[in-house]
Design a binder for this molecule. Sequence first.
Ligand code: 28F
Length: 656
Amino acid sequence: MAEIKKKKSSYSEDSIQVLEGLEAVRKRPGMYIGSTDVRGLHHLVWEIVDNSIDESLAGFCDEIKVTIEKNNSITVEDNGRGVPTGLHKETGKSTPEVIFSILHAGGKFGGDGYKTSGGLHGVGSSVVNALSSQFDVKIYRDGAIHTIKFGNGGKLIQNLKKEGTTSKTGTVVNFVPDKKIFSDTKFSFSTISERLKESALLNSGLKISLTDKRTNKQVDYQFENGLIEFIKELKGDDKEVTAPIVIKGTEQEIDVEIVLAYTEGYSENILGFANNVKTSDGGTHITGFKTGLVKSMNDFAKKEGILKEKDKRLDSSDLKEGLIAIITVKIPEKLIQYEGQTKGKLGTSEARYICEKITSEKLDFWLQENRPSALKIVDKALLARRAKEEARKARQAIRDQKNKGKTNSRMLGKLTPAQGKDKLKNELFLVEGDSAGGSAKSGRDRRFQAILPLRGKVINAEKTKIQDLLKNEEINAIINSIGAGLGLEFELEDSNYGKIILMTDADTDGAHIQTLLLTFFYRYMKDLIINKRIYIALPPLFKITPQGSKEFFYLWTEQELSDYVRANPNKKIEIQRYKGLGEMNANQLWETTMDPATRKLIQVSINDALLSENAFRTLMGDKAEKRKEWIEENVKFTLEDSIDFVNEKSSGDQNG
Ligand code: 28F
């Protein structure tokens, strides 16, 4: 009795373990595949494919076929050795039954092979079986075709049996995801295709195909130099600074393969993999690589005399601009460590100094052999460092500027402020020259009009660094009068004025000052332009006095003058052409150019073209001719009738 009893308990004990194991997976699938949404659904595919990849890593498989079946099940087939079909000693079950239906069935190749830990815990395909309503395996091995079938969450439906003969070897798995677990069981061709492409890129020579029986779409991946192809994909159409640099080595059974390149681009793109699984949160292999890179580049720069002893060393942030790299390591089962819950970050400490050592040794050699490219990398790093420094100073300068403006009025220069506090109603006149400034001050309506006279030429913001720009007194006064900051820190609602009106002489100097001011506003207060807050005052060109009369009137354009003369052929008139604002007294300036009731303002609505950077560079570049025709073509001045306010100006204010 005891004997039978003993036998029974060991069998049931064992089967309890099996049932309990798979039951645990069905109870908390998220523990094993992360989630049961579409991401978790596709994890099922990666688990099975990774088993075939392992067979390829072991060197016995060079082709994997994946099929999305019409019934939305997945078939994966490899031409590896085929799962062993003998009895599994400890359990007395067939090896396939153990492999596919017992959790944590140990490393597939014991402890010493390379195993992708595709899933979150590398529990392999038994998890997929547990989460499938159907799970069928076909094994080609030892000249025979063997099959074993599971169903309804991993229950054995048909034990391993021989079904025929074959000359090939390999393993085929077909599984139907369990609708009781996955709400959405629709597989995505592109998701699977991208991942298979990545696997093919990481395993040079391995051919991987994907067929979608629902749409008959088909794709094949096979790359002779997978990592170099991978780098080309990452490079996109960025121009290359160096050709791909290949670094390979093995130490303590850890295989390291790195390909890196520099492009003209500014971003960094480093991808890490451990046993073919992407380590999206980095880890010791990436750290080691970066340390090795920095060491080699500094040694080279010093040897070349580019970096003197006193110079600051290049650091990894100087060397990241334009860097693309793929670091893939193959680590034996017994050494693989991850940080945190997911497999996103490699923790194996040996990988850090092994990657550092292999990177710096191989890179030292490459730099010697490719001196011209090596010098380009160092130059790029030094440039990156200077640019970062400049940007930091510029941001700091802008912050200081904004705070300074808020504190002392000295920075306001020669501003004569408006009395009213209605920011949207208030107007700021930027007036060319002190004399016109004087007339504008006494002619204005002080309730809502502020005057800032600009002495000489405004500095060209297109060609001046922000630090120098801020040294310019005029620019300073403009910034602090508007009081809304600068550049990225500019806040439109902080502006002290609803209108900024440029009032210059109607000659080329005046036009040039206008474009320089426009440049400045476009570069550093673009929102003013976009929100159409910038205007150009239109002083009259002519003062007409009919002979013998005290009366006179103004005309604004040549066209108006010729129209008038044609309309009054016999009238004798005296024509005075205004050369500058200074020729008008305060009252005339008010009446003709500042009084909202009678003035003509041009609202600068620069069309979109100007808002594009390079077009603006044309406008502000050195080629005057190009600039002139560009202004004619692109800067549309729309004449705005003076519709804003009816202004019942009281005479007192006028001559204030
Ligand atoms: C479509 C999914 O699962 N392929 C696999 C093999 C090959 C061997 C193996 C698998 C358990 C502990 C060994 C064959 N011959 N594709 C797959 N191909 N598992 S899974 O062994 C598992 C055993 O050690 C295999 C010699 N050694 C290993």
